[in-house]
Design a protein around this ligand. Structure first.
Ligand code: PLP
Length: 405
Protein backbone atom coordinates (compact mmCIF):
# COMPACT_ATOMS: atom_id res chain seq x y z
CA UNK A 1 0.00 0.00 0.00
CA UNK A 2 1.20 3.50 -0.74
CA UNK A 3 2.36 5.33 2.34
CA UNK A 4 1.57 9.00 2.85
CA UNK A 5 3.96 11.57 4.24
CA UNK A 6 3.14 11.15 7.94
CA UNK A 7 4.26 14.72 8.65
CA UNK A 8 1.15 16.01 6.88
CA UNK A 9 -1.01 14.15 9.38
CA UNK A 10 0.61 16.12 12.19
CA UNK A 11 -0.41 19.51 10.77
CA UNK A 12 -2.98 21.29 12.91
CA UNK A 13 -6.57 21.77 11.70
CA UNK A 14 -6.58 24.43 9.03
CA UNK A 15 -4.40 27.03 7.43
CA UNK A 16 -4.98 30.36 9.20
CA UNK A 17 -6.49 32.23 6.28
CA UNK A 18 -8.84 29.36 5.46
CA UNK A 19 -10.18 29.52 9.00
CA UNK A 20 -10.61 33.29 8.77
CA UNK A 21 -12.46 32.85 5.44
CA UNK A 22 -14.61 30.09 6.93
CA UNK A 23 -15.70 32.29 9.84
CA UNK A 24 -16.46 35.24 7.54
CA UNK A 25 -18.55 33.00 5.23
CA UNK A 26 -20.45 31.51 8.16
CA UNK A 27 -21.20 34.98 9.51
CA UNK A 28 -22.28 36.25 6.06
CA UNK A 29 -24.55 33.26 5.55
CA UNK A 30 -26.24 33.89 8.90
CA UNK A 31 -26.38 37.69 8.33
CA UNK A 32 -26.95 38.21 4.60
CA UNK A 33 -27.42 41.99 4.98
CA UNK A 34 -24.11 42.54 6.75
CA UNK A 35 -21.65 44.56 4.63
CA UNK A 36 -18.39 43.06 5.74
CA UNK A 37 -15.18 44.98 5.10
CA UNK A 38 -12.06 42.83 5.08
CA UNK A 39 -8.96 44.26 6.66
CA UNK A 40 -7.85 40.67 7.05
CA UNK A 41 -6.18 38.84 4.20
CA UNK A 42 -3.13 40.48 2.67
CA UNK A 43 -4.39 40.61 -0.89
CA UNK A 44 -4.11 43.75 -3.01
CA UNK A 45 -7.11 45.50 -4.54
CA UNK A 46 -5.66 48.04 -7.01
CA UNK A 47 -5.40 46.94 -10.66
CA UNK A 48 -2.15 46.36 -12.49
CA UNK A 49 -0.59 49.63 -13.64
CA UNK A 50 -0.78 50.72 -17.33
CA UNK A 51 2.95 50.11 -18.01
CA UNK A 52 2.51 46.49 -16.91
CA UNK A 53 -0.67 45.99 -18.93
CA UNK A 54 0.97 47.45 -22.03
CA UNK A 55 3.97 45.11 -21.67
CA UNK A 56 1.65 42.15 -21.25
CA UNK A 57 -0.37 43.03 -24.36
CA UNK A 58 2.82 43.34 -26.36
CA UNK A 59 4.12 40.02 -25.04
CA UNK A 60 0.83 38.30 -25.85
CA UNK A 61 1.14 39.55 -29.45
CA UNK A 62 4.68 38.17 -29.58
CA UNK A 63 3.39 34.80 -28.45
CA UNK A 64 0.89 34.89 -31.32
CA UNK A 65 3.46 35.32 -34.11
CA UNK A 66 5.72 32.49 -35.29
CA UNK A 67 8.84 34.73 -35.42
CA UNK A 68 8.51 35.90 -31.80
CA UNK A 69 6.76 32.94 -30.18
CA UNK A 70 8.50 31.51 -27.07
CA UNK A 71 8.23 27.99 -25.78
CA UNK A 72 9.93 26.76 -22.62
CA UNK A 73 11.96 29.57 -21.15
CA UNK A 74 15.03 29.30 -18.95
CA UNK A 75 14.13 27.69 -15.60
CA UNK A 76 15.99 30.49 -13.81
CA UNK A 77 14.06 33.29 -15.55
CA UNK A 78 14.75 35.37 -18.66
CA UNK A 79 17.94 37.43 -18.68
CA UNK A 80 16.04 40.65 -19.39
CA UNK A 81 14.28 40.33 -16.02
CA UNK A 82 17.23 38.99 -14.01
CA UNK A 83 19.42 41.82 -15.30
CA UNK A 84 16.77 44.44 -14.49
CA UNK A 85 16.51 43.07 -10.94
CA UNK A 86 20.29 43.11 -10.46
CA UNK A 87 20.46 46.68 -11.74
CA UNK A 88 17.40 48.35 -10.22
CA UNK A 89 16.79 46.42 -7.01
CA UNK A 90 20.42 45.84 -5.98
CA UNK A 91 22.99 47.99 -7.80
CA UNK A 92 20.88 51.07 -7.11
CA UNK A 93 21.32 50.29 -3.37
CA UNK A 94 25.06 49.84 -3.78
CA UNK A 95 24.78 46.04 -3.69
CA UNK A 96 26.44 43.74 -6.22
CA UNK A 97 24.25 40.78 -7.11
CA UNK A 98 25.00 39.03 -10.40
CA UNK A 99 22.09 38.08 -12.62
CA UNK A 100 22.96 34.38 -12.30
CA UNK A 101 22.45 34.65 -8.55
CA UNK A 102 18.81 35.56 -9.20
CA UNK A 103 16.09 32.96 -9.78
CA UNK A 104 12.59 33.91 -10.93
CA UNK A 105 9.77 31.73 -9.56
CA UNK A 106 6.04 32.33 -9.64
CA UNK A 107 5.88 33.01 -5.94
CA UNK A 108 7.83 33.89 -2.84
CA UNK A 109 5.47 31.63 -0.92
CA UNK A 110 6.49 28.63 -3.06
CA UNK A 111 10.19 29.40 -2.82
CA UNK A 112 10.11 30.01 0.95
CA UNK A 113 8.74 26.47 1.14
CA UNK A 114 10.69 24.88 -1.71
CA UNK A 115 14.06 26.10 -0.45
CA UNK A 116 13.80 23.38 2.20
CA UNK A 117 14.48 20.82 -0.57
CA UNK A 118 18.17 21.68 -0.55
CA UNK A 119 18.56 21.34 3.22
CA UNK A 120 18.78 18.16 5.27
CA UNK A 121 15.98 17.05 7.56
CA UNK A 122 18.13 17.29 10.67
CA UNK A 123 18.71 21.05 10.55
CA UNK A 124 17.54 23.03 13.57
CA UNK A 125 15.11 25.70 12.40
CA UNK A 126 14.45 29.04 14.11
CA UNK A 127 11.38 31.13 13.33
CA UNK A 128 10.00 34.38 14.66
CA UNK A 129 6.92 34.20 16.81
CA UNK A 130 4.51 35.48 15.47
CA UNK A 131 5.44 34.31 11.98
CA UNK A 132 4.24 33.99 8.38
CA UNK A 133 2.81 30.44 8.73
CA UNK A 134 4.40 29.13 5.53
CA UNK A 135 7.89 28.85 7.10
CA UNK A 136 6.55 26.72 9.95
CA UNK A 137 4.18 24.51 7.99
CA UNK A 138 6.64 23.72 5.20
CA UNK A 139 9.28 22.69 7.74
CA UNK A 140 6.65 20.57 9.49
CA UNK A 141 5.81 18.90 6.15
CA UNK A 142 9.51 18.18 5.60
CA UNK A 143 9.85 16.60 9.06
CA UNK A 144 12.05 19.32 10.55
CA UNK A 145 9.51 20.60 13.07
CA UNK A 146 8.91 17.46 15.15
CA UNK A 147 5.48 17.14 16.73
CA UNK A 148 2.78 19.72 17.12
CA UNK A 149 1.89 20.49 20.71
CA UNK A 150 -1.75 21.47 20.51
CA UNK A 151 -1.96 22.93 24.02
CA UNK A 152 1.05 25.21 23.41
CA UNK A 153 0.29 25.96 19.76
CA UNK A 154 3.88 25.14 18.76
CA UNK A 155 6.13 22.46 17.26
CA UNK A 156 8.52 20.81 19.66
CA UNK A 157 11.63 20.85 17.44
CA UNK A 158 11.40 24.45 16.20
CA UNK A 159 13.08 27.33 17.98
CA UNK A 160 10.53 30.10 18.44
CA UNK A 161 11.95 33.59 18.80
CA UNK A 162 9.35 35.78 20.48
CA UNK A 163 8.79 39.17 18.85
CA UNK A 164 6.90 41.09 21.46
CA UNK A 165 6.42 44.64 22.65
CA UNK A 166 9.30 44.32 25.13
CA UNK A 167 11.88 43.68 22.37
CA UNK A 168 10.28 46.04 19.84
CA UNK A 169 8.93 43.03 17.89
CA UNK A 170 12.47 42.13 16.89
CA UNK A 171 13.76 38.60 17.49
CA UNK A 172 16.69 38.04 19.81
CA UNK A 173 19.45 35.66 18.84
CA UNK A 174 18.56 32.29 20.40
CA UNK A 175 20.72 30.58 23.00
CA UNK A 176 20.34 27.25 21.18
CA UNK A 177 22.27 26.84 17.91
CA UNK A 178 20.03 27.37 14.90
CA UNK A 179 20.99 26.10 11.43
CA UNK A 180 18.22 27.70 9.37
CA UNK A 181 16.90 31.07 10.48
CA UNK A 182 13.85 32.65 8.90
CA UNK A 183 13.77 36.43 9.11
CA UNK A 184 11.15 38.62 7.49
CA UNK A 185 11.51 42.42 7.32
CA UNK A 186 9.38 44.46 6.94
CA UNK A 187 7.59 41.87 8.98
CA UNK A 188 4.38 40.07 8.34
CA UNK A 189 2.41 40.21 10.63
CA UNK A 190 3.86 42.84 13.02
CA UNK A 191 4.99 45.42 10.44
CA UNK A 192 8.30 45.79 12.33
CA UNK A 193 11.62 46.38 10.58
CA UNK A 194 15.19 45.50 11.57
CA UNK A 195 17.94 48.04 11.94
CA UNK A 196 21.31 47.66 10.24
CA UNK A 197 22.90 46.77 13.61
CA UNK A 198 20.32 44.07 14.30
CA UNK A 199 20.82 42.51 10.88
CA UNK A 200 24.60 42.71 11.28
CA UNK A 201 24.31 40.71 14.52
CA UNK A 202 22.32 38.03 12.66
CA UNK A 203 24.78 37.91 9.78
CA UNK A 204 27.73 37.59 12.18
CA UNK A 205 25.93 34.84 14.09
CA UNK A 206 25.13 32.93 10.89
CA UNK A 207 28.67 33.18 9.52
CA UNK A 208 30.17 32.12 12.84
CA UNK A 209 27.84 29.13 13.29
CA UNK A 210 27.52 28.03 9.68
CA UNK A 211 23.80 28.85 9.71
CA UNK A 212 21.79 30.08 6.74
CA UNK A 213 19.47 33.08 7.02
CA UNK A 214 16.34 32.79 4.88
CA UNK A 215 15.47 36.46 4.49
CA UNK A 216 12.02 37.36 3.24
CA UNK A 217 11.70 40.96 2.11
CA UNK A 218 8.42 40.64 0.24
CA UNK A 219 7.33 44.02 1.65
CA UNK A 220 10.45 46.08 1.03
CA UNK A 221 8.52 48.45 -1.27
CA UNK A 222 6.72 49.78 1.82
CA UNK A 223 9.86 50.99 3.59
CA UNK A 224 9.66 54.74 4.17
CA UNK A 225 12.33 55.43 6.78
CA UNK A 226 15.69 56.45 5.41
CA UNK A 227 18.09 54.11 7.20
CA UNK A 228 16.09 50.88 7.10
CA UNK A 229 17.93 48.24 5.00
CA UNK A 230 16.00 47.16 1.89
CA UNK A 231 17.97 43.99 1.39
CA UNK A 232 20.05 41.85 3.71
CA UNK A 233 22.93 42.16 1.23
CA UNK A 234 23.38 45.76 2.38
CA UNK A 235 24.92 44.11 5.43
CA UNK A 236 28.57 43.14 5.18
CA UNK A 237 29.03 39.36 5.27
CA UNK A 238 25.49 38.51 4.09
CA UNK A 239 26.69 37.01 0.80
CA UNK A 240 28.19 34.08 2.68
CA UNK A 241 25.15 33.31 4.83
CA UNK A 242 21.86 34.57 3.39
CA UNK A 243 19.26 33.71 0.78
CA UNK A 244 16.74 36.45 0.01
CA UNK A 245 13.14 36.14 -1.19
CA UNK A 246 11.30 38.96 -2.92
CA UNK A 247 7.91 39.16 -4.56
CA UNK A 248 6.06 41.38 -7.01
CA UNK A 249 2.79 40.55 -5.28
CA UNK A 250 2.65 43.56 -3.01
CA UNK A 251 5.21 45.72 -4.84
CA UNK A 252 3.22 45.78 -8.06
CA UNK A 253 -0.13 44.11 -7.42
CA UNK A 254 0.96 40.75 -8.85
CA UNK A 255 -0.99 38.53 -6.45
CA UNK A 256 -3.02 37.31 -9.41
CA UNK A 257 -0.20 37.61 -11.94
CA UNK A 258 2.39 35.55 -10.00
CA UNK A 259 6.04 36.49 -10.15
CA UNK A 260 8.79 36.72 -7.56
CA UNK A 261 12.54 36.23 -7.23
CA UNK A 262 15.03 34.51 -4.98
CA UNK A 263 18.69 35.44 -4.59
CA UNK A 264 21.19 32.68 -3.81
CA UNK A 265 24.72 34.16 -3.78
CA UNK A 266 27.50 32.11 -5.31
CA UNK A 267 29.63 32.77 -2.19
CA UNK A 268 27.21 30.81 -0.03
CA UNK A 269 28.59 27.35 0.74
CA UNK A 270 27.55 24.84 3.36
CA UNK A 271 28.58 21.24 3.89
CA UNK A 272 31.08 21.64 1.05
CA UNK A 273 28.39 22.54 -1.49
CA UNK A 274 27.53 25.78 -3.25
CA UNK A 275 23.89 26.54 -2.51
CA UNK A 276 23.48 28.45 -5.77
CA UNK A 277 24.36 25.26 -7.68
CA UNK A 278 22.05 23.12 -5.54
CA UNK A 279 19.14 25.52 -5.98
CA UNK A 280 19.79 25.72 -9.71
CA UNK A 281 19.73 21.91 -9.86
CA UNK A 282 16.48 21.82 -7.90
CA UNK A 283 14.81 24.43 -10.09
CA UNK A 284 15.91 22.82 -13.34
CA UNK A 285 14.43 19.52 -12.18
CA UNK A 286 11.20 20.67 -10.60
CA UNK A 287 10.32 24.00 -12.23
CA UNK A 288 9.79 25.17 -15.80
CA UNK A 289 9.83 28.91 -15.42
CA UNK A 290 7.34 31.76 -15.10
CA UNK A 291 5.31 32.56 -18.26
CA UNK A 292 7.08 34.88 -20.70
CA UNK A 293 4.13 37.30 -20.63
CA UNK A 294 4.34 37.60 -16.84
CA UNK A 295 8.11 38.11 -16.86
CA UNK A 296 7.67 40.90 -19.42
CA UNK A 297 5.05 42.38 -17.08
CA UNK A 298 7.53 42.25 -14.18
CA UNK A 299 10.29 43.85 -16.27
CA UNK A 300 7.94 46.74 -17.11
CA UNK A 301 7.94 47.74 -13.44
CA UNK A 302 11.56 48.85 -13.85
CA UNK A 303 10.84 51.32 -16.66
CA UNK A 304 10.47 54.99 -15.62
CA UNK A 305 6.67 54.87 -16.18
CA UNK A 306 6.44 51.53 -14.37
CA UNK A 307 8.37 52.92 -11.40
CA UNK A 308 6.20 56.00 -11.19
CA UNK A 309 2.92 54.13 -11.56
CA UNK A 310 3.74 51.38 -9.06
CA UNK A 311 4.91 54.02 -6.58
CA UNK A 312 1.50 55.70 -6.88
CA UNK A 313 -0.19 52.43 -5.95
CA UNK A 314 2.13 51.94 -2.96
CA UNK A 315 1.29 55.51 -1.90
CA UNK A 316 -2.41 54.70 -2.13
CA UNK A 317 -1.96 51.81 0.31
CA UNK A 318 0.27 53.94 2.52
CA UNK A 319 -2.52 56.49 2.82
CA UNK A 320 -4.78 53.65 4.03
CA UNK A 321 -2.17 52.73 6.63
CA UNK A 322 -2.27 56.26 7.95
CA UNK A 323 -6.07 56.27 8.07
CA UNK A 324 -6.02 53.04 10.10
CA UNK A 325 -3.27 54.19 12.47
CA UNK A 326 -4.96 57.56 13.08
CA UNK A 327 -8.34 55.90 13.71
CA UNK A 328 -6.91 53.37 16.15
CA UNK A 329 -5.15 56.11 18.03
CA UNK A 330 -8.43 58.12 18.20
CA UNK A 331 -10.08 55.01 19.64
CA UNK A 332 -7.35 54.91 22.30
CA UNK A 333 -5.96 51.60 21.03
CA UNK A 334 -2.32 50.55 21.01
CA UNK A 335 -0.94 49.64 17.59
CA UNK A 336 2.46 49.29 15.95
CA UNK A 337 3.81 48.63 12.45
CA UNK A 338 2.24 50.59 9.63
CA UNK A 339 5.22 52.90 9.03
CA UNK A 340 7.45 50.70 6.86
CA UNK A 341 4.85 48.02 6.17
CA UNK A 342 1.26 47.62 5.00
CA UNK A 343 0.43 45.78 8.24
CA UNK A 344 -0.80 47.19 11.52
CA UNK A 345 -0.37 45.09 14.63
CA UNK A 346 -3.14 45.96 17.03
CA UNK A 347 -3.17 45.06 20.73
CA UNK A 348 -6.66 43.83 21.55
CA UNK A 349 -8.43 45.94 24.17
CA UNK A 350 -9.42 44.61 27.60
CA UNK A 351 -7.12 41.60 27.32
CA UNK A 352 -9.41 39.98 24.78
CA UNK A 353 -8.04 36.89 23.05
CA UNK A 354 -7.19 37.23 19.34
CA UNK A 355 -10.05 35.06 18.08
CA UNK A 356 -12.43 36.61 20.62
CA UNK A 357 -11.61 40.08 19.28
CA UNK A 358 -11.88 38.78 15.71
CA UNK A 359 -15.45 37.60 16.41
CA UNK A 360 -16.26 40.80 18.30
CA UNK A 361 -15.10 43.02 15.42
CA UNK A 362 -16.90 40.88 12.86
CA UNK A 363 -20.19 40.92 14.76
CA UNK A 364 -20.20 44.49 16.09
CA UNK A 365 -18.48 46.35 13.24
CA UNK A 366 -18.72 43.86 10.37
CA UNK A 367 -14.98 44.29 9.94
CA UNK A 368 -12.70 41.28 9.42
CA UNK A 369 -9.17 41.20 10.79
CA UNK A 370 -6.61 38.39 11.18
CA UNK A 371 -6.17 36.97 14.68
CA UNK A 372 -2.59 37.30 15.87
CA UNK A 373 -2.70 33.91 17.59
CA UNK A 374 -2.88 32.31 14.14
CA UNK A 375 0.69 33.51 13.53
CA UNK A 376 2.09 31.83 16.65
CA UNK A 377 1.75 31.79 20.43
CA UNK A 378 3.23 35.29 20.89
CA UNK A 379 0.58 36.68 18.55
CA UNK A 380 -2.09 35.99 21.15
CA UNK A 381 -3.72 39.22 22.28
CA UNK A 382 -3.10 40.91 18.92
CA UNK A 383 -4.80 41.14 15.55
CA UNK A 384 -3.37 42.16 12.19
CA UNK A 385 -5.04 44.79 10.02
CA UNK A 386 -3.99 45.37 6.43
CA UNK A 387 -3.88 48.48 4.29
CA UNK A 388 -4.53 46.73 0.97
CA UNK A 389 -8.22 47.59 0.81
CA UNK A 390 -10.15 50.17 -1.13
CA UNK A 391 -9.57 53.64 0.40
CA UNK A 392 -13.26 54.40 0.91
CA UNK A 393 -13.93 50.97 2.47
CA UNK A 394 -10.88 51.33 4.72
CA UNK A 395 -12.14 54.71 5.99
CA UNK A 396 -15.54 53.23 6.66
CA UNK A 397 -14.07 50.21 8.48
CA UNK A 398 -11.99 52.49 10.68
CA UNK A 399 -15.02 54.67 11.53
CA UNK A 400 -16.95 51.55 12.49
CA UNK A 401 -14.10 50.36 14.74
CA UNK A 402 -13.82 53.78 16.41
CA UNK A 403 -17.60 53.81 16.96
CA UNK A 404 -17.80 50.46 18.74
CA UNK A 405 -14.74 51.06 20.86
N1 PLP B 1 6.29 36.28 2.19
C1 PLP B 1 5.52 36.90 3.06
C2 PLP B 1 6.09 37.34 4.36
C3 PLP B 1 4.17 37.14 2.78
O1 PLP B 1 3.40 37.74 3.66
C4 PLP B 1 3.65 36.71 1.54
C5 PLP B 1 2.24 36.92 1.17
O2 PLP B 1 1.37 37.18 1.92
C6 PLP B 1 4.49 36.06 0.68
C7 PLP B 1 5.82 35.85 1.01
C8 PLP B 1 3.94 35.50 -0.59
O3 PLP B 1 4.37 36.12 -1.71
P1 PLP B 1 3.88 35.57 -3.13
O4 PLP B 1 2.56 36.19 -3.42
O5 PLP B 1 4.94 35.96 -4.07
O6 PLP B 1 3.76 34.09 -3.02
Amino acid sequence: MAKVNQNYLKLPGSYLFSEVARRISAYSAANPNAKIIKLSIGDVTRPLVPAVIEAMHKAVDEMGAAETFRGYGPEQGYDFLREAIAQYDYKSRGVDIASDEIFVPDSAKSDCGNIGDIFGVDNVVAVCDPVYPVYVDTNAMAGRAGDYQEELGRWNKLIYMPCVQANGFSPEIPKEKADLIYLCFPNNPTGAVATREQLKAWVDYANKNGSVILYDSAYKAFITEEDVPHTIYEIEGARTCAIEFRSYSKTAGFTGNRCAYTVVPKDLERDGAKLNALWNRRQCTKFNGVPYVVQRAAAAIYTPEGQKQTQEVIDYYRANTKVIMDGLSRAGLSASGGVNAPYIWLKTPDNMGSWEFFDFLLEKANVACTPGAGFGPSGEGYVRLTAFGDAQATREAVERIVKIL
